[in-house]
Design a protein around this ligand. Structure first.
Ligand code: PLP
Length: 405
């Protein structure tokens, strides 16, 4: 293995212990690059005379449906909104239990609570930090109606095998695909592996509209219901209301204000064409990280699944406690002192007092709880240069070397 090249003279002492930082300027954990083409697309909408949900949102939906290969795609304001609408479309409500992985962002469980149902924790696999058929089976109750599988870090879950864990019980299988645009399993795209999927276009995700989301589904009636519920529960889109011929619109159900705007859709549409190239770049960087850290026994890397093509949304390492004199938070602080931004994906749901108060308890998910204390995410985005990545690797190896047990 070639040692990483480092621009500055590196002494063995990490910055947090008095050494000189590997980087002079902060490397952010995620950098969002909006190219000139996307900027022009947004400007065109701003000048068009219509900036909320309208024709560009429709084009973005069509482009996303085609990209994923999903029959229906409904643009909304966030992944959280998409999960909420999907649960409602599936008929999930009070009295129903919905299985969620313990290792996820709060939004996955919040959507279940917004739907009036009860989130039930399932533990995750130590190597993928995702649900397994065994953990789903262990979390089943007599009221289980649905499972939300999170494609952790963009590595696709085998949703079909999770569904089989329920035995003969018919379960609604939803995908939290916030990390997983562009991911596939045995040739089937994330977003088409269950009954419905929710994508996030939040600022840190592989494709971003600033804030935004998309619900994909194979059920036509779900899509129709979500289109009405995302926009006040009225039966005609706002853009159509603004047309030349006036038609009375009518509120037909209790709706939400979950729509996307054409400004956001323009930003998203401009990225769909380049998403595969961006993901390919992420995969190259992911392989470089793997090669550089393969021989290091103070960290463990997540496992890929056979037949899976991940979207390389996150690069997550696990700190091996017995190999070091510091814990994950010690490594995290030392990385920041080297001017390297890092993340934690995630603190497991029972680590949050709100979810403990909802009955989501640590003892229900021991693997997630242990992982929650060990994981650290390194910078990985399509704009990261190899020189910057070498800085990340140099900083990490320097810290792990200095604090070796
Ligand atoms: C980011 C994220 C969400 C929430 O996405 P929003 O678009 O911000 O609502 C949900 N689930 C997971 C796993 C996420 O990482």
């Amino acid at each position: 293995m070639k040692p990483p090249s480092v621009r500055h003279q590196v002494v063995d002492v990490p910055a947090i212990a008095g050494g000189r930082p590997v980087r002079e300027s902060m490397l952010p954990f995620v950098r969002v690059i909006v190219d000139a083409q996307a900027e022009a697309a947004v400007t065109a909408v701003l000048r068009s005379g219509w900036i909320s949900q309208g024709p560009v949102t429709e084009r973005f939906e069509a482009a996303m449906a085609a990209y994923i290969g999903a029959p229906h795609a409904v643009a909304v304001s966030s992944c959280t909104a998409a999960l909420h609408l999907l649960l409602r479309a599936a008929g999930v409500g009070p009295g129903d239990d919905v299985i969620v992985p313990a290792m996820t962002f709060p939004a996955t469980a919040n959507a279940v609570l917004h739907a009036g149902a009860r989130p039930v924790l399932a533990d995750v696999d130590r190597c993928t930090l995702a649900l397994t058929p065994q953990t789903v089976a262990a979390a089943m109750t007599e009221h289980t109606r649905a499972v939300i599988a999170v494609h952790f870090a963009g590595e696709p879950c085998d949703v079909g095998s999770l569904a089989q864990a329920a035995g003969s019980r018919p379960l609604t299988m939803l995908e939290d695909a916030a990390h997983a645009i562009g991911a596939s399993l045995d040739g089937a795209a994330a977003g088409c592996l269950g009954d419905g999927a929710a994508f996030s276009f939040y600022a840190t995700k592989n494709l971003t509209t600033g804030d935004g989301g998309m619900a994909a589904t194979r059920h036509e009636d779900w899509a129709a219901r979500m289109r009405v519920e995302r926009l006040h529960g009225i039966d005609v889109d706002a853009s159509r209301r603004a047309g030349a011929s006036y038609t009375h619109w009518e509120a037909i159900t209790l709706g939400f204000k979950y729509n996307m705007t054409d400004i956001e859709a323009a930003l998203g549409l401009a990225q769909v064409a380049h998403i595969d190239a961006a993901i390919e770049r992420r995969r190259v960087l992911e392989r470089r990280y793997r090669d550089a850290l393969a021989g290091c026994d103070a960290v463990e890397l997540l496992a890929g699944r056979e037949g899976a093509r991940g979207s390389a949304h996150l690069f997550v390492i696990r700190i091996v406690p017995r190999a070091l004199r510091i814990d994950r938070d010690g490594v995290l602080k030392a990385m920041l002192a080297e001017n390297i931004g890092v993340g934690v994906h995630f603190r497991a749901l029972p680590a949050h007092r709100f979810f403990r108060a909802q009955g989501l308890l640590a003892e229900q998910a021991p693997v997630a709880m242990e992982s929650s204390e060990r994981v650290l995410s390194l910078p990985l985005d399509a704009a990261l240069t190899e020189q910057e990545q070498d800085d990340v690797i140099a900083a990490l190896l320097r810290i792990l070397g200095y604090y070796r047990a």
